[in-house]
Structure formats: structure tokens, C-alpha cells
Ligand binder design. Structure first.
Ligand code: PGA
Length: 272
């Protein structure tokens, strides 16, 4: 499956920054290879970002309400994001969980709302520093995952899980390769149990202080299906570096698969 390289602009972005979207779209057209690229922006910017991208890069929202419409002043529904041109929405980001007291059940309802509106969801989970220090990171992530998925697992088609350790977000610190691999493998195992044969449709992204310098290392790790990038998605120069790093890995993978199958074919020919 191609990588998903997703940006999260958080509460950044005025009309004056749309040039960054144009520059990212240009890079996607020439250099993204087979990979999917998405920029999630504030709701106020979605339709203008869609225009600026001229189809080069998919645009997403950063949160949605569980309901489609109603007396919820200030909230934005998944249907509204879709109507504005979004393809995807982030749900359960740790900043929403912390600042807006969003529970796993609310996150699951938002993920179901995304599917109802025809949007993909990026469902975020991750442990705090204290939970990691206490040795409970695997357990916490598995519990959050299970409780944050919509009960109807079929709604997960086209969705992704983002593992974002809270202590790595915006801090410049990242988990080491073993730590990322351990959690991503565990999430994959849990998805297999929760979703059965459809689990392979769900990519597992890593997020937290990703930069163009370390994106390649992270993307090469097992079960890492992409990245969710905050700070480094705000500047096209940085984000495009991540897009190119992902494309280079995809190209290597295609080359090694092609040479593997060429070897198999050559071996078969030798069999009398
Ligand atoms: P960061 O944010 O890349 O700035 O650490 C990641 C996120 O919060 O999604």
C-alpha cells in the first residue's frame, strides 16, 4: 500500500499562506511517486486550500462534530467538511482529547460521522510520558484504539490510525526505532483481531516531531504506513522534503520487488 503523508496545520493558516499549498501541490505532481499526500487545515481554509491545490494535493479537516447538523453553535459537521471539499478528517487528536475533554467514545462517534459523510478518518491515539515511564504504553494504546473505533468496523475502510506519543508532539523528541516498531506491530495485531481480513486497508501512521531529516528512517520501519506531520507541514520546503523521502523509499521497494520477481522467474526457467 502507498504511504500516506499527512500534514496537520492545527490552528495555523490564513489566506496569505495558501502559497504553501500551491508549492506542496506542485511537488506532489512531480515527486510524490505512488504515495498519497494530504494537508489538514482549519475549516475556514478548506475550500480555498482545495482551489489553491488545483487537485495536486488532497485537503482534509482537523476535527468534526458527531452530528450531521443541529443546534451545536460553533461546531462543524463531517458533511460540512465534505461540502467544503475535504476528503479526510483527523479525529481524536491528543490536543482535542486534552483541551476539549474528548473521550474515546466521542472519538468513535466522530470517526463514524466521517464515514457517514464519505470522508476518510485519521484516528489518533498515543500515550503520555508518565504512561510510557510506567511501562503501560502498549496497553494504553490498545485500549484507546479499541474504544476509539466505530462499532461497525466496516466504517473503517479508507481510514488510518495515527500513533502519536503525546511526549513527542511539538517537542522535537521522537521515540527510537524499537519503540515505534513495538507499538506499530501491536496496533497491527489488534487491528487484525478487531477487523479480520479488512485490517490491511487501514494504514498506521506515526506522528510526533517528524522532520525531513528523520522521515525516511521512520517510514522504513515495519508497519509504518505513513506519517502525520504538524510543525514541518507548515512550510512547503520542509513538507516537500518528507514527500520526497517517502517517494524515494517507495521507488526502492518497487525496484527490490521487481528484482525479486526477476530472480524467481530466472530460477523457474532453470527448472527442467
Ligand atoms: P508535530 O505535531 O509534528 O509538530 O510534533 C504532530 C501532530 O500533532 O500531529
Amino acid at each position: 500500500m502507498p504511504f500516506l503523508i499527512a500534514g496537520n496545520w492545527k490552528m495555523h493558516g490564513l489566506g496569505g499562506q495558501l502559497g504553501e499549498i500551491q508549492a506542496i501541490a506542485q511537488c506532489v505532481r512531480t515527486s510524490a511517486g505512488p504515495n498519497d499526500v494530504l494537508i489538514c487545515v482549519p475549516a475556514t481554509l478548506i475550500s480555498r486550500a482545495v482551489d489553491a491545490s488545483t487537485g495536486g494535493v488532497a485537503i482534509g479537516g482537523e476535527d468534526c462534530a458527531p452530528d450531521a447538523a443541529g443546534a451545536f453553535t460553533g461546531d462543524v459537521s463531517a458533511e460540512m467538511l465534505k461540502d467544503a471539499g475535504a476528503s479526510t478528517v483527523i479525529v481524536g487528536h491528543s490536543e482535542r482529547r486534552r483541551n476539549h475533554r474528548e473521550t474515546d467514545a466521542i472519538v468513535a462517534a466522530k470517526a463514524a460521522a466521517a464515514a457517514r459523510a464519505g470522508l476518510g478518518a485519521i484516528i489518533c491515539i498515543g500515550e503520555t510520558q508518565a504512561q510510557r515511564d510506567a511501562g503501560t504504553a502498549l496497553r494504553i494504546c490498545a485500549a484507546q484504539l479499541e474504544a476509539s473505533l466505530p462499532a461497525d468496523r466496516r466504517l473503517l475502510a479508507g481510514s488510518a490510525i495515527a500513533y502519536e506519543p503525546l511526549w513527542a508532539i511539538g517537542t522535537g523528541r521522537t521515540p527510537n526505532a524499537d519503540e515505534v516498531t513495538e507499538i506499530h506491530r501491536h496496533i497491527r495485531q489488534r487491528l487484525r483481531l478487531l477487523m479480520g481480513k479488512d485490517e490491511h486497508q487501514v494504514r498506521i501512521l506515526y506522528g510526533g516531531s517528524i522532520t525531513p531529516d528523520d522521515a525516511g528512517t521512520i517510514l522504513r520501519l515495519p508497519e509504518v504506513g505513513g506519517v502525520l506531520v504538524g510543525g514541518a507541514s507548515l512550510k512547503a520546503a520542509d513538507f516537500n522534503g518528507i514527500i520526497r523521502a517517502a517517494a524515494a523509499i517507495s521507488l526502492e521497494q518497487v525496484r527490490s520487488e521487481t528484482s525479486d520477481s526477476a530472480t524467481v522467474t530466472a530460477r523457474r526457467r532453470k527448472v527442467p
